[in-house]
Design a protein around this ligand. Structure first.
Ligand code: SF4
Ligand code: SF4
Length: 286
């Protein structure tokens, strides 16, 4: 198993019994899990590093390379193929941000990395710059977790202090206040949120709590070429202005920031340039 995950580029992996995730599953998610993988017993979790340095730019570090959904989809399928060859009578279903499996809880139970106060998993030497992917299976596998303890020094609150919106508290991350969520919302933003986006160094996502974390100060660079090559660090309003929503989606089809269409990015860029936000999402195709 180690070899399979390593060959697929995972920095760490683990397994957790699905039963342990029940407290984190609503009835709908539980039903979806068993539709995807009847008789599901185990969740495998892999952590894939994406840090490629911090070149200047206004896009969050996670979305500068190829869309992680595509990358993890391919790499998890590689693990699934190896597992199917070994266990042909069992089912293996990969998921990356598109599965009803609660990834952070699964990583905790499987012992993949440690929980940081910023709510993310810390996987040395890559810090919290990792994407989590899961594989659901009806094969019973021994659990590899849960994680021993947090890696956060007792008095460290650097992530909370760096958060400009107060989204991070001792209770964790309040998603609706997080710039990662705000920058991706469609439509006009309430005045306070708009001001926060205007002040943010990024127009898509936010890295401030991660950049402040001591575990990320010397994070190792990802060995995965999809996250190291062909990086796009910035967008400008001038680049997006002539594009229709369709043309934008086509041009940036392999980038994680394209899934919401052109509207949120155009609005955020306009806010930063202190021009009137562009509300419309669709223009004639170019
Ligand atoms: S991503 Fe940004 S806004 Fe969200 S919790 Fe971290 S610092 Fe706060
Ligand atoms: S900044 Fe400090 S408290 Fe926050 S996740 Fe990193 S080590 Fe933990």
């Amino acid at each position: 198993m180690n070899q399979l995950w390593k060959a697929a580029g995972a920095a760490a992996w683990g397994a957790a019994a699905l039963g342990g995730l029940q407290p984190f599953l609503g009835p709908e998610a539980a039903e979806q899990l068993h539709t995807l993988c009847p008789g599901a017993q185990t969740v495998l979790v892999g952590a894939f590093p994406y840090y490629a340095g911090q070149a200047p730019g206004n896009l969050s570090l996670y979305c500068r390379g190829e869309d992680y959904h595509l990358v993890l989809g391919r790499r998890l399928e590689q693990v699934c193929a190896g597992l199917r060859a070994r266990h042909p009578s069992h089912t293996f279903v990969a998921g990356a941000d598109n599965s009803p499996v609660p990834e952070l809880a699964a990583a905790e139970l499987a012992g993949v990395g440690c929980r940081g106060r910023h709510g993310l998993r810390i996987v040395p030497p890559y810090g919290s710059y990792v994407f989590l992917g899961t594989i659901l299976t009806d094969l019973v596998l021994p659990s590899t977790g849960p994680s021993a303890e947090t890696l956060c020094p007792p008095h460290c609150r650097a992530c909370q202090a760096a958060c400009p919106t107060g989204a991070l508290t001792e209770q964790g991350c309040e998603v609706t206040r997080c710039l990662s969520d705000l920058t991706q919302r469609k439509g006009p933003l309430p005045p306070e949120a708009a001001e926060q986006v205007r002040r943010s160094p990024t127009v898509w996502g936010c890295d401030l709590c991660q950049k402040a974390c001591p575990h990320n100060q010397a994070a190792a660079l990802t060995p995965l070429p999809e996250f190291r090559e062909d990086l796009l660090c910035s967008l400008t309003l001038a680049e997006l202005e002539p594009l229709s929503n369709k043309a934008f989606r086509r041009q940036y089809a392999r980038r994680a920031f394209s899934w919401r269409g052109i509207g949120p990015l155009r609005r955020n860029l306009a806010l930063k340039e202190e021009t009137a936000p562009a509300e419309e999402e669709d223009r004639p195709s170019s």
